[in-house]
Design a protein around this ligand. Structure first.
Ligand SMILES: [Zn+2]
Length: 57
């Protein structure tokens, strides 16, 4: 696993967790609030072979 950070640009809603995808993206649980600069970083690790990511929030 290679350590690093996943960067997501979100000016409005932050990062949300969904148990399942919905048409209008309702029902998500906020895991990281939207920061002032709009950039969210989730630290963790990834495997480039099987494309699995483990992220800390
Ligand atoms: Zn792997």
């Amino acid at each position: 696993m290679d350590p690093g950070s996943l960067g997501v640009l979100s000016h409005v809603a932050g990062a949300l967790w969904y148990k399942r995808r919905t048409l209008l993206a309702t029902g998500g649980q906020t895991v990281v609030s939207a920061p002032l600069g709009g950039m969210i970083y989730l630290d963790g690790a990834r495997c480039e072979r099987c494309r699995l990511m483990l992220l800390r929030y």
